[in-house]
Design a protein around this ligand. Structure first.
Ligand SMILES: C[S@@+](CC[C@H](N)C(=O)[O-])C[C@H]1O[C@@H](n2cnc3c(N)ncnc32)[C@H](O)[C@@H]1O
Length: 300
């Protein structure tokens, strides 16, 4: 079994890390551990890509179209990109939205969130809250975000589409937009590639089976790789529910967190979640069970 250090070397040699880990573990699908390692090792590559004129042009078109779509639906007071990567999509969306909006992003990978934070600062975007988190246990309260979107983050989680859609829908207050590869509308070559990488499938059919109100589902006009065509799926939730008084939440119980001693404490889980390099680490496995944390830290 390769160590993370081995994997770092193999990544630098151009090896496909998700494929290698799937083979080592005898798996057909990616696990969240595999996705975390593979994406964390690539940290910096998306920001580097922004130096490429063609990629920068594509990102401008892609993000302005997302912003246009959002504004055609509502004027959100809060936006979340789930699986935010290095925030190279979020920054473009926010620049095109222009209005005052609280923005949020989370990702499995701490390194990518750290790069995302620095990237947003370099773009003078200061009203964003970023943390680590998992699409399977999103560290946000129910109905806490007006508009939630994904941009190719469900992609590597093939086989787990249903629980992920349920989590995204839980956090959404008004609209959920999925910008994800579309297997069903893709050609044979693209399908073979998606099968090989363990990409998601059938998002529309799964959303329908969950009874969601799908406003739109078609190919998106901008796609980085023709072998990975992006589709847009817009799901409406707005049922008049009030937003809760808190946004970040315990990933296990979705209950409020208290900031105590530079950490986030969950009174429900009796778990303390660390803040590392200014980034709240809100994956369930990041938490330390500490029933006496509050008592000890409050006593000084
Ligand atoms: C293809 S990248 C896209 C990044 C970003 N959304 C963008 O548009 O540039 C996919 C991202 O989703 C994240 N991701 C994948 N599965 C995840 C999961 N289960 N929970 C949280 N993040 C996840 C990865 O770590 C990676 O940063």
């Amino acid at each position: 079994m390769s160590t993370p250090r081995d994997l770092q070397t193999l990544y630098e040699q151009g090896k496909n890390i998700t494929k290698l880990l799937r083979e080592e573990q005898g798996l057909q699908h990616n696990t969240d551990d595999i996705i975390e390692i593979a994406y964390d090792l690539q940290t910096g590559s998306y920001i580097d890509d922004m130096e490429n004129a063609a990629m920068e042009r594509y990102k401008k078109d892609y993000t302005s179209e997302i912003a246009k779509t959002i504004l055609s639906l509502c004027k959100p007071t809060s936006i979340l990109e789930a699986g935010v990567g290095e925030a190279t999509t979020l920054s473009g969306v926010l620049e095109n939205i222009e209005a005052e909006v609280s923005s949020y992003g989370f990702d499995l990978s701490w390194s990518r969130v750290a790069y995302a934070k620095r990237w947003l600062q370099s773009k003078s975007i200061s009203n964003s809250t970023l943390c680590t988190g998992n699409l399977f246990h999103i560290p946000f309260a129910d109905n806490s975000i007006d508009l939630v979107y994904t941009s190719h983050s469900i992609e590597p989680n093939g086989g787990n589409e249903r629980p992920i859609l349920q989590e995204l829908f839980r956090v959404t207050r008004k609209f959920l937009i999925l910008l994800e590869p579309n297997y069903e509308l893709a050609n044979d070559e693209a399908r073979r590639r998606m099968d090989f990488h363990g990409y998601c499938k059938n998002l529309k059919a799964i959303a329908e089976s969950l009874g969601y109100d799908i406003l739109k589902h078609n190919l998106f006009p901008f796609t980085a790789n023709p072998l990975n065509p992006t589709a847009i799926t817009i799901i409406k939730k707005d049922d008049g529910t009030m937003s809760p008084s808190y946004v970040l939440a315990c990933p296990k119980f979705k209950t409020p967190l208290e900031e105590i001693g530079d950490m986030l404490f969950s009174p429900e889980a009796l778990v303390v979640y660390p803040i590392v390099g200014g980034i709240p680490c809100l994956r369930i496995e990041n938490g330390i069970f500490a029933s006496k944390y509050k008592e000890i830290v409050s006593a000084g």
